[in-house]
Ligand binder design. Structure first.
Ligand SMILES: Nc1ncnc2c1ncn2[C@@H]1O[C@H](COP(=O)(O)OP(=O)(O)OP(=O)(O)O)[C@@H](O)[C@H]1O
Ligand SMILES: [Mg+2]
Length: 469
């Protein structure tokens, strides 16, 4: 049998209701019981005492004979709605009010009871009076005296039908209350359970749709509770999945596209050389292009592999103490040729003679290479480049600034994406694949540093942080 929320709540409600009312009923019964017995006892004590005294007085003064005694006892029985027995000072029953008790005439009550009366105390018992009575009775007993002599006792047995009736009434009321409130509770429960389970079913169905590859699926649940939270998280997840899927598609499209053009080129040139369309004296020229293109393709493949490994966390960061200024100088010198070719104005501003930082030197080398490569590549001939370091408490900021373009906010975000190439990467600059900054960002992230880009006044500024030591 399948478990549902409704069934679970059904049992929980049921148990609570029955337990709640059950305990209430028991408490009420106890209360009524006590109240009725107490009242009854008081009544019997009061009236029984008065009437009993009269009777006994009459009996001993000779005003009442045995016959009359029997009659009087019967009247008293009716009046008090109780059975009355008279015992003598030995505890022998010599007078009864009810016909069915006549068989006890001559019997003796227990020693203990006689003793109680003898001592002038009252008998106060609840039960069948040692088995003599068929149902539970409340028994009150008084000693009586004549001329200050103990002469015997009068026993009054009152049945407790009211109490019994009250018991039954309370049981009935309890059962009705359970049934009635159960009906209402289960009505409410039914709607509540439906309210909970319906959106859950919706979520489950949506999950199946998404598992089937339809990532556009979204939920619209407004229950203003945890389920709505769940639905929101679900939508969030769906969005992420959709984005991942889109990224994956884009990546494949980009790779295929970026692979196809150089490969077609290479194939065209080689075919031309082989079938003689390209004359012998041009072979060197075209083979040079083929070589450059092959190198580009290898670089792209390597970059992609590296990026992928870093994103999967497969690359280890090996931090060590390292002198920053020297590294920057060397890197700049390695770009001397293109800088001279483009006639760029380069400025280097270092805030201190030497700065030691705690980094992975391989990462730093890659970061500087990629950033300077961009700066040199995207600065128009005759433009300016500045590399500047500054002190920020435990950090060093490295800024690489170049002229040539002002990027808007969206573009400043996009440049970090894989395969993103901006308008600047036209003409000679289009040799890249748009992976450089993605790698830089990944490496900076692995070293727990930050990197960001600003742009204003025809300038682009990339800033990253390093930790001093
Ligand atoms: N210093 C810069 N000045 C102007 N534009 C820049 C600069 N750095 C990056 N960009 C823009 O951001 C894009 C992404 O840069 P990224 O370094 O990732 O790719 P790429 O240089 O085109 O190719 P790759 O680095 O893979 O050879 C560039 O195509 C360019 O449009
Ligand atoms: Mg680049």
């Amino acid at each position: 049998m399948k478990r549902t929320i409704f069934k679970r709540l059904f049992f929980a409600y049921g148990i609570t209701l029955v337990l709640g009312f059950g305990i209430l009923a028991l408490l009420l019964l106890q209360l009524f019981n006590q109240y009725f017995i107490e009242t009854k006892k008081e009544l019997l004590m009061e009236q029984g005492r008065k009437i009993g005294e009269e009777l006994v007085l009459g009996l001993y003064t000779g005003r009442i004979n045995q016959n009359k005694l029997h009659n009087d006892l019967q009247v008293l029985d009716k009046f008090l709605n109780a059975r009355i027995w008279l015992v003598d000072n030995q505890g022998m029953i010599f007078g009864v009010s009810a016909l069915q008790d006549e068989k006890y005439l001559g019997d003796r009550i227990s020693e203990k009871q006689i003793l109680t009366l003898h001592q002038g105390k009252m008998i106060d018992e609840k039960g069948t009076f040692g088995g003599k009575l068929q149902e539970p009775f409340l028994t009150i007993g008084y000693p009586y005296y004549f001329n200050h002599d103990f002469k015997g006792g009068i026993l009054i047995h009152a049945s407790l039908p009211e109490v019994r009736k009250t018991f039954i009434d309370i049981y009935k009321i309890t059962i009705w209350a359970i049934l009635f409130s159960g009906l209402i509770a289960y009505g409410v429960l039914y709607f509540q359970a439906r309210k909970i389970s319906r959106p859950l079913k919706e979520i489950s169905a949506a999950a199946k749709v998404i598992a089937g590859g339809e990532f556009q699926k979204r939920l619209n649940i407004n229950t203003r509770d945890e389920i709505e939270e769940l639905a929101n998280s679900f939508n969030h997840m769906a969005e992420s999945l959709e984005k991942i899927e889109e990224n994956r598609r884009n990546l494949i499209a980009n790779i295929s596209h970026d692979l196809r053009s150089p490969m077609t080129l290479v194939r065209g040139f080689i075919e031309g050389i082989l079938d003689g369309t390209i004359p012998k004296e041009k072979h060197q020229y075209y083979l040079d292009i083929v070589l450059t293109e092959s190198k580009r393709l290898i670089k792209m493949t390597n970059d992609l592999l590296e990026l992928n490994q870093m994103q999967q966390g497969k690359v280890e960061v090996k931090k060590q103490i390292f002198e920053l200024n020297e590294a920057i100088r060397r890197k700049l010198i390695s770009f001397e040729t293109p800088i001279k070719e483009k006639n760029l104005d380069v400025a280097l501003v270092l805030f201190q003679e030497s700065v030691h930082v705690f980094i992975d030197p391989h990462f730093l080398d890659r970061i500087l290479t990629n950033l300077l490569d961009n700066a040199v590549k995207f600065t128009p001939s005759g433009g300016k480049i500045m590399v500047r370091t500054s002190d920020h408490k435990e950090k060093v900021w490295v800024e690489i600034i170049n002229t040539g373009i002002t990027m808007d906010g969206q573009e400043l975000k996009n440049i970090w994406d894989r395969f993103h190439k901006g308008d600047t990467s036209r003409g000679e600059c289009k040799s890249g694949f748009g992976l450089g900054l993605a790698i830089v960002k990944e490496m900076i992230g692995h070293m727990q540093e930050r990197i960001w880009a600003d742009s204003f006044d025809n300038q682009v500024k990339i800033t990253f942080t390093l930790t001093k030591c």
